[in-house]
Design a protein around this ligand. Structure first.
Ligand code: FAD
Length: 434
């Protein structure tokens, strides 16, 4: 049994802490915020029954480790998530819909029966997808999504590739990594029955993981404790003297991890420091008595239309009359301002309302995710003997997602458990390489 400090209580830190506790280690979780959950948490509303999410989150059926972690903490994903077959309807258009069944057949049937695309576009997508499949969904590391899809019909790029890319990678197609995009497509579309299903939260985000983890971890948790310094003897210092541990999992953001490791792991710190970020803006509108034709609709982004998706929380068992508009890859809108007003105008133009919608809340996460660009160097799980990194930015196959965060937490915990073997390894050998 080792004494292990897990620093940071987002989904990565929770995954690491639970795995290490299950393996019999004596863990302490330090979290600077008053609650667990990190970026994937609830934000207090005036009426506590209807807390906001710190940004609308979508899970997919392929998030197997996240779903397993929820179950480990006593959460039934079937209760807290609405499972819908993948569909990308636009206002007034049915869009692409994948029927249930074997992934390859479902994808082919879904594309062929898309009534909004000409036959040439449907065949063009199937030919391209067959090529990706034949190459096992791998491509040159330096390729962007726009370059990968250059030969695809324009309507397929507009209605499928661009919205999926910005939703999954939070990076616009011209700047996004084709390799990571293909990996997401592979796991979602061809990862087994149900992998592509959309899992939309029916409860405030904290109820999915953070609140159950808080109960499960109990007195192993130190909330409201910001770690200011660590040293190579694994003293963890929150400003009131240090505490010594046998191993440490750094499960906080890349910026903070780079700062705290700069002295004793400069190479690792430099890679973490090199990551760029993309913002996400969530605009909540309220319109009493209104509902959308589906719980989630895709929207066409444009110079005066910021949002790519809208979610009807009333239909998902959340606050009635609340609509979450998602603006991913939102850097231009952070610079320009006026995003909430532009979303309201977009909503009035594109959707039908029972009562005039009003702006309810605007949430801007400037560092929502790392910018998932071609050839991006991401730091490995292992920083130094006894020191491991967990977080959605750590080297792995996925973009910054809940599943990426959970997998990184599991990998860090496995590294700690492997103990002496890992200490002997020559240099930062990640356990979750793509
Ligand atoms: C608006 C928005 C929408 C998103 N939508 C989706 C989505 O639809 N699907 C999806 O899969 N992903 C989505 N993501 C990404 C997802 O939320 C993240 O990938 C995931 O939450 C990252 O978890 P993490 O544990 O790696 O990091 P974080 O959640 O950032 O956790 C880090 C924790 O460390 C703590 N901390 C920092 N410094 C210290 C310190 N010195 N001492 C102690 N504690 C410290 C922080 O308070 C925080 O709790 C979205 C993100 C945002 C912001």
């Amino acid at each position: 049994m080792k004494r292990v400090a897990v620093i940071g209580g987002g989904w990565a830190g929770i995954a690491a802490a639970v795995t290490l506790a299950d393996a019999g280690h004596d863990i302490t979780v330090f979290e600077m915020a008053p609650q667990l959950g990190g970026r994937a948490r609830s934000v207090a509303a005036q009426d506590p029954a209807w807390d906001y999410d710190n940004g609308q989150h979508i899970l997919i059926g392929a998030y197997r480790d996240s779903l397993a972690l929820m179950r480990r903490l006593g959460v039934d994903p079937g209760q807290v998530l609405a499972r819908l077959p993948l569909a990308l309807p636009y206002p007034g258009e049915p869009g692409l819909r994948l029927p249930r069944g074997a992934p390859l057949i479902a994808f082919t049937r879904g594309v062929l029966t898309h009534s909004g695309w000409p036959l040439s576009a449907r065949l063009g997508l199937l030919v391209a997808a067959t090529g990706w499949l034949a190459r096992s969904f791998r491509c040159e590391v330096g390729l962007s999504v726009a370059e990968l899809c250059v030969g695809l019909p324009a309507v397929v790029k507009r209605d499928l590739v661009e919205p999926l890319c910005v939703a999954a990678l939070n990076t616009p197609a011209p700047q996004a990594s084709a390799r990571v995009f293909l990996r997401v497509l592979k796991d979602a579309l061809f990862g087994g029955a149900g992998s592509a299903d959309l899992l939309l939260p029916r409860r405030p985000l904290s109820e999915l993981l953070a609140a159950p983890a808080t109960r499960w971890l109990g007195d192993r948790l130190r909330l409201g404790r910001r770690v200011r310094q660590i040293d190579l003897g694994w003293h963890v210092d929150c400003g009131a003297g240090g505490e010594a541990f046998d191993a440490v999992v750094l499960a906080y953001t890349s910026v903070e991890a780079a700062r705290l490791t700069a002295d004793f792991a400069p190479a690792w710190s430099a890679v973490a420091q090199g990551l760029g970020f993309e913002p996400i803006i969530t605009v909540y509108l309220h319109s009493a008595g209104s509902s959308l034709p589906a719980p989630m609709l895709a929207l066409r982004e444009g110079p005066d239309a910021p949002a790519q998706f809208v979610f009807d929380h009333g239909q998902l068992g959340g606050a009635p009359g609340r609509f979450a508009f998602v603006v991913s890859g939102a850097a231009p809108w952070v610079a320009r301002g006026g995003c909430a007003e532009a979303v309201l105008a977009q909503a009035l133009r594109e959707l039908t309302w029972a009562t005039p919608p009003v702006i309810d809340k605007l949430l801007t996460e400037k560092r929502a995710t790392f910018a998932c660009t071609p050839g991006l160097a991401r730091p490995p799980t292992r920083i130094a003997p006894g020191l491991w990194a967990a977080g959605d930015y750590v080297e792995g196959p996925y973009p910054a997602t809940l599943e990426g965060a959970v997998r990184s937490g599991l990998a860090a915990a496995q590294g700690v458990c492997a103990g002496t073997a890992a200490k002997g390894a020559a240099s930062g050998s990640p356990t979750n390489t793509p």
